[in-house]
Design a protein. Sequence first.
Lengths: 173, 660
Amino acid sequence: MNRKVLIVGALIVTPLLIFLALSFGKDPRAIDSPLVGKPAPDFALQGLDGEMVRLADLRGRPVVINFWATWCQPCIAEHPVLRAGAKQYEGSVEFLGVIYQDEPENIQAFIDRRGAWGPSLVDEAGTVAIAYGVYGAPETFFIDRNGVIERKVTGALHPNELASLLNGMLSSG
Amino acid sequence: MTSQLGSAAVLLALMTCAIGAPLGFFAGASRSAAGLQWTRRMSLAFALFMILANLIMEYALITRDFSVSYVASVGSLATPLHITIVSLWSSLEGSILFWGLVLGLFTASVTLLQRRGHEDYLAYTLGTLFVIGLFFSFLIAGPANPFRPTPAPIPTDGPGPNPLLQNHILMIIHPPMLYLGYVGMSVPFAMAVAALLRGQLGASWLRPLRNWLLVPTSFLTLGIMLGGWWSYEVLGWGGYWAWDPVENASFLPWLTAIAALHSAVVQQRRGTLKAWTVILVMVTFLLTILGTFLTRSGVVNSVHSFTQSPIGPLFLAFLGFCLVATIILLSWRIDTLVSEPSEDAVVAREGAFLLNNLLLVTFTFTVLVGTIFPIIAEAVRGVKVSVGEPYFNRMAVPICLGLLALIGIGPALPWGRADKRALQRALVWPLPAAIVGVILALLAGARSWSVLLTAFLAGYALWVTLDQALRPARLRAKKGESAGQAIVQTFARAPRRTGAYLVHLGVIITFVAIAISSSYKENLEATMAPGQSASVAGYDLTFTQLNVERQPHLTAEKATIQIVHKGKDKGTLEPRFNHYPTQREPIGTPAVRTTLTHDLYLTVMNVGADGRIGLRAIVTPAVVWVWLGVLIMVAGTVVCLIPPKSAPTPKTARTAEATT
């Protein structure tokens, strides 16, 4: 047994592994939204189908608001994730899509081809995106039963991430 | 159906690894011939199932079978066939499946190419490869399974692969080259583990070990270069290396592999540095796993990394396992690898090799610290920091100059103890070439000390390299052989020597090209309306028109620029401004005119509503020599692998097998 090698090796490896382990769960891109923990800004927007949706009316159930566009590749990649999620949590969680800097026609064509997972709300003037501090697509806000923003996810959602967040929100209160 | 078939193939691969790993170690420990025979068979089976799994995935991709989850996430009806084929490695799950294929192929190659001799090493080697294979098969079979069935309803079309992957031919070959380099490092690692378990690393095992290290190193060299070239041709910022964490992750094992190749030379010559060579080889593999972890787990921020991947923790566990196992193995067995007694002290050339290793290890450590410092800073102080290019460049320049100096000084020095006079003569002799280098640089207009120093060292190194490479040929010519015959004979008798100097030549060219291209850029930024002109570095650029091209998920604005260089019409270049789906902000796709002396690089920075464009033109000297230099390096490593032509004995056949 060569102790020198063992000690030197342990001295290098142990801190390395500890630091790498600590770095988990911290998204290097995460920019904390000051809105997390605050009441979600209310809005009333018209969907592509013409129906009005008011956020305040959905109180009592968790709400997922996804800002997306057809020009955004990660949005397209997460489309099936949201679709599966909306189907799985049908009746217990509301899924809202807000069109972010895109034409309603593009969205309509996309939905016709790939299916919808919730209303696609037209945010013509971009006021809702501004209210939520959206700086790119996709961004997803998770709002709890009481209308408080629980979490913001930047970039495409992972199925596991969506499920664990929603299960957490459904089980707590 | 395809889903089940694919999963079945992966499970079978997993099973062969689960059987092969204990079998290999048992056969190694008991020296059982039958055990080894079965271990070999398992390795072929492992490769076969991995090939099968990958073929099934390709079939699913090509037939656009969206019931397979991976196809649903990267396939699309609109994607052309060749892009569909390579989208196997365009996303996380597929790339790990492809990793499995490469590992399978390498494992089978060890079995097929090391057919004779080394039985007792071979069983341990395959056993170790199976342990690595076990982890990757487990990833493919479980958490990163690309064959998972798509939840109903099955979509009729998918999003298609990342468009950045689609827009350049280099992106098709860069990832597989890098994978071949990365995964290939498992083989020398496994061979080093075998040497430790056997408690012996003789010249006969060192030779195949070195060759198996050379193969992935040349792939890695090529892969890194193609990545730099791609980012230069596609990303539009005019550079080829940004010290991005992913670039660093591929650079780190490359540095230690180069260090290991050099220490192996000393070991072969002098019988010393055995333990050190083994450590370097093992560290190289560990760095590939660390690099993969960093880039696949989303812990560092980079253009390449995948976010929030569920395999991150598993990778960390595997990295931890490999690190701990390596350290235990090293501390337990390293004393068995005693150096052969050497009669004289470390002098002259050995000293240069040691310095080379010291510099390369320092370089590795510097880059490693810079890469993971943001992680440490966040863990300790809770702040987000990023270590930028200035840190890396400040550290890299002196180290590279040191390495360049050693390329000159090292080979000029004699092996063993040399008398003072001979040493002086050897070192003074190339000085005129160094001075010529400086004069040439001054004539070309260079004034910065770093470029002049590079020219001095490069001139010196170039002279020594050519002198050393051609020395045996000169001796042969003196004995009466014709010049051509002498060179051919030198090459055929000692391809490794020739190859090594060819690599050095490539390094010198690359270093000089990097020094020149990073020091003498000429930049122009101009806002131009159609019909307007601007000039930079002898070029007259006229913006003639702007066209808008609409493609699915992409709108490109294409500017046509008329190029006149020193009064001669050089046609047009069409840099584009893409409103890219993956990017939040639109990015420019540059257009490049490459010549042997310089590149003209045009990017559109913005397009105004009035049809005016913001154009950026960069004239960079010598860029093409960076790629050419690296290609020479790769050619050199390939030459090193050619078996030497010696007297025709059966031995030739064996080395041929061992080295291919």
